[in-house]
Design a protein around this ligand. Structure first.
Ligand SMILES: O=C(O)[C@@H](CO)OP(=O)(O)O
Ligand SMILES: [Mn+2]
Ligand SMILES: [Mn+2]
Length: 559
């Protein structure tokens, strides 16, 4: 480092909290502190002796906001999610996130003026524009109004043939709503036809069955998606998407939720796929969120690709709605510039010679590495950073194994703390969130109970070693497992069966921040005020707990 650069990155000691103590930051994924504490809150209705004891310590427990503008999302109706949550936790800064940047690029029409759009527009005259997107208004990975604006904007600018390839949600939005979203999409197809564009839905499947794998947990999912969207091959064919999905949701035993609907291809009267990709076509991945788009981006973009046999790899004009991986520059062509996340926690630690250990299981591994580091898949300094991935189970819905890998993650954390080899140990427990997404209350309670027990083990270890900890979460999920009447908050019922309707999505609840450890000087407490603090305020707190001042440009520390 040159002198100037050194000064820019040098962390200043506080002399209030000792440096060099074992330090743990632990993220409980999807663990919200919800106001409603009834039997459907899997956090408050499960015995959690560790969490209860830690949160009862005066001045060392508080909550912070984890949704909406507090994490760079457009409105207070936007629930938080792992990407924006870990971006905030890892950078200490409020960053305008993908959802907001795409909205703006549509409003200003910048989306249709850049390089990425010019790239796909080469296909407009003689070829087809294919748009692959998560079809919902969940706002976590994508939003329906954005893909609508994209296809309408493309048709206005000359696209003559458009094919929409859909991933069914039921995770960020209630299960069963895939039909409504397909009907909405069909209306847009009608609008396109009225503009003289040949447009229809061409293929699809549940988001947890095809295409949207992450962190290389299960490449088979992406292979199925590639065959479905690109090659026009799937086990199920229909001439109409709405009818097709209704059939797939009702005929199988057990009936698949939207998330797991099998792959299907729409065919014409002769049985030929209506949306197979051919040389010269344009393909857009129209999700803004990174983790679940990286693998498909590689499959579409890389000439040298070996994660599965592609059979055919048509020459296409491919673009992502955003760039998904900053280190890889993936994809090369994008429609909207991704948020630029600089001066992250990890880069500061590395530039100051501090050693990091980060660990989770596959499903959340990139959350404490890739997302934490501002959507970069590499290292800042490989000699100083040790990243450990515990393989997640594959091919199951996580309610059947709700412990997931919490035992193993905890053991790895304990070992890292005891080793004395690290200045900063960072882990994420996946199960409150991943099991919460299944909508299974009983299984989610089991996940919460085990997570609590594992936090106890980690806290005990920190205390034995004279260390310091900070425990937090990235957004709510397990804290509400039922859809509710907006006014009365009573559980909403399925009108046919009278059963409660499960809530599979994240919540708007704030999240806990707990600090402590036998190494933390007694007087250290959360400040009064800072009522509007959010996840970005936690990062400065982490630096303070490690004995350093909050870096310039970060949100204020909570202590
Ligand atoms: O599974 C996911 O992709 C999202 C929900 O869409 O959850 P999280 O943000 O917790 O990763
Ligand atoms: Mn999460
Ligand atoms: Mn989640």
């Amino acid at each position: 480092m040159g002198k100037g650069a050194e000064a820019e990155w040098a962390l200043k000691p506080t002399n209030v909290i000792p440096r060099g103590k074992p330090f743990l930051v632990c993220v409980l994924d999807g663990w919200g502190e919800n106001k409603i504490k009834d039997e459907y809150n899997a956090v408050s209705s499960t015995p959690t002796p560790c969490y209860d004891a830690l949160s009862a310590v005066q001045g060392r427990f508080r909550t912070v906001k984890a949704h909406g503008p507090a994490v760079g999302l457009p409105t207070w109706d936007d629930m938080g999610n792992s990407e924006v949550g870990h971006n905030a936790l890892g950078s200490g800064q409020l960053i305008d996130q993908g959802a907001r940047l795409v909205d703006r690029a549509i409003e200003t029409e910048a989306m249709f003026e850049g390089d990425g759009f010019k790239h796909i527009a080469q296909a407009f005259d003689a070829n087809t524009l294919h748009v692959i997107t998560l079809l919902s208004d969940g706002g976590v990975h994508s939003r329906l109004n954005q893909s609508q604006a994209l296809v309408l904007g493309a048709a206005k600018r000359g696209a003559k043939k458009i094919r929409l390839h859909v991933l069914l949600d039921g995770r960020d939005v209630p299960d069963g709503t895939s039909i409504n979203f397909l009907e909405e999409a069909n209306k847009t197809m009608e609008e396109l036809k009225a503009m003289g564009c040949d447009a229809c839905i061409a293929s699809g499947g549940g988001r947890m069955h095809i295409t949207m794998d992450r962190y290389e947990a299960e490449w088979e999912m992406v292979k199925r998606g590639y065959e479905t969207h690109i090659l026009g091959k799937a086990p199920n064919t229909f001439t109409d998407a709405v009818e097709g999905v209704k059939t797939l949701r009702s005929q199988q035993d057990p009936k698949p939720d939207d998330q797991y609907v099998p792959a299907f291809v729409i065919v014409d009267g002769e049985g030929a796929p209506v949306g197979k990709v051919v040389d010269g076509d344009a393909v857009v991945l129209a999700n803004f969120r990174a983790d679940r788009m990286c693998e498909m981006s590689k499959a579409l973009e890389y000439e040298d690709f070996s994660s599965f046999e592609r059979e055919e790899w048509p020459k296409m004009h491919f673009a992502g709605l955003m760039q998904y991986d900053g280190d890889l520059g993936l994809p090369k062509k994008t429609l909207v510039d991704a948020p630029s996340i600089q001066r992250t926690c990890s880069e500061f630690l590395a530039k100051n010679g501090l050693r990091t250990f980060a660990c989770s299981e596959t499903q959340k591994f990139g959350h404490v590495t890739f997302f934490w580091n501002g959507n970069r898949s590499g290292y800042f300094d490989e000699k100083l950073e040790t990243y450990v991935e515990i393989p997640s189970d594959v091919g199951i819905t996580f309610d059947v194994a709700p412990n997931m890998k919490a035992e193993e993650i905890c053991a790895a954390g304990v070992e890292a703390l005891k080793s004395g080899k690290f200045d900063h140990v960072r882990i994420n427990f996946a199960n409150p969130d991943m099991v919460g997404h299944t909508g299974n209350l009983k299984a989610t309670k089991q996940a919460v109970a085990l997570c609590d027990a594992k936090v106890q083990e980690l806290v005990d270890t920190v205390n034995e070693l004279g260390g310091i900890y900070l425990i937090t979460a990235d957004h709510g999920n397990a804290d509400d497992m039922v859809q509710r009447n907006k006014k009365t908050k009573e559980p909403a019922k399925n009108p046919e069966t009278g059963e409660n309707l499960a809530l599979t999505s994240h919540t708007l609840a704030p999240v806990p921040v707990l600090i402590g450890g036998s190494g933390l000087p007694e007087g250290i407490k959360f400040k009064e005020g800072l009522e509007d603090a959010g996840l970005a305020n936690v990062t400065g707190t982490i630096m303070n707990l490690m004995g350093y001042e909050t870096p310039e440009g970060w949100e204020e520390s909570l202590i």
